[in-house]
Write a new protein. Structure first.
Length: 262
């Protein structure tokens, strides 16, 4: 659970929840993954191409986030039905070099900044877990959560057991990440670009809407969430941490202020 206490117990964790698609990465890392499935002959290629179309609709600005995510998940579930787990993992490994190129230049430094502030980093993405966990490992993020397909006896059943991009999905992933343990809400952080990230923003004291889509931008204005883009996100986050009454008071926070001044 997330604690809203004004003076959190020393044992309460401080977390940083990061989004991947459209935040740490340009567009969606699911795109090269699905393309790899199709190229490798894994699953249903017609459903795979339909999933690509649904994702492209949102990232191209022609479809709403919730409807695009629902359609993409439905098509992707059909695309994966019957696929062997080993085939899916091979497709993710083959897709990773292209997906890695989508990671934005500031991502590594942002993760280091959050770790230096004593925050436990968690990556929660709507993209498939097989590619999300590779992004987390690349960036040094401690924990990864993404869309998960159900496998039985080594084959995908066509069902999805975790859908972070759908309403309630990131909130559920956050509960899993915290495992019911108390979290210092006021000293925790989140960054994301879409309406699904608002579920996490509401659970932390420091929230940054990164190049938000129109819906999240409107919510950020209404709720006084800070906005940032790739040009200033590091400066914005550094300032948030350095001026925070808890994070900025630590020796590490002081070091961050000094680093930002150089």
């Amino acid at each position: 659970m997330i604690s809203h206490a004004q003076s959190p117990a020393r044992s309460h964790a401080r977390i940083a929840v990061l989004d991947l698609d459209g935040t740490l990465a340009e567009g969606s890392v699911a795109l090269p993954f699905v393309e790899s499935l199709i190229a490798g002959g894994v699953g249903d290629p017609v459903a795979g191409r339909a999933a690509l179309g649904a994702m492209a609709g949102y990232h191209g600005g022609t479809a709403a986030h919730s409807s695009s995510a629902a359609a993409a998940y439905a098509h992707l579930a059909r695309a994966l039905e019957g696929a062997e787990r080993t085939e899916v993992e091979r497709a993710a490994a083959a897709a990773w070099p292209a997906a890695r190129k989508r990671i934005l230049p500031f991502a590594d430094e942002l993760v280091r900044l959050l770790h230096s502030a004593g925050l436990r980093t968690v990556l929660i993405s709507g993209s498939p877990y097989e590619i999300v966990r590779r992004a987390a490992a690349e960036l040094g993020i401690g924990e990864a959560h993404g869309m998960r397909a159900e496998f039985r006896r080594g084959r995908c059943t066509g069902a999805l057991t975790s859908t972070p991009a759908l309403p309630g999905g990131k909130r559920a992933a956050l509960r899993t990440a915290t495992k019911g343990s108390p979290v210092d809400r006021r000293s925790s952080f989140a960054i994301g670009n879409s309406p699904s990230d608002a579920e996490v923003f509401e659970q932390v004291g420091l929230a940054v809407a990164f190049e938000p889509d129109p819906v999240l931008r409107g919510w950020a204005m209404d709720r006084d969430w800070i906005t940032a883009d790739r040009r200033n996100v590091l400066a914005v986050c550094r300032d948030l941490i350095a001026t925070h009454p808890v994070l900025g008071a630590t020796g590490r926070g002081a070091g961050l202020r000094a680093a930002g001044a150089r």
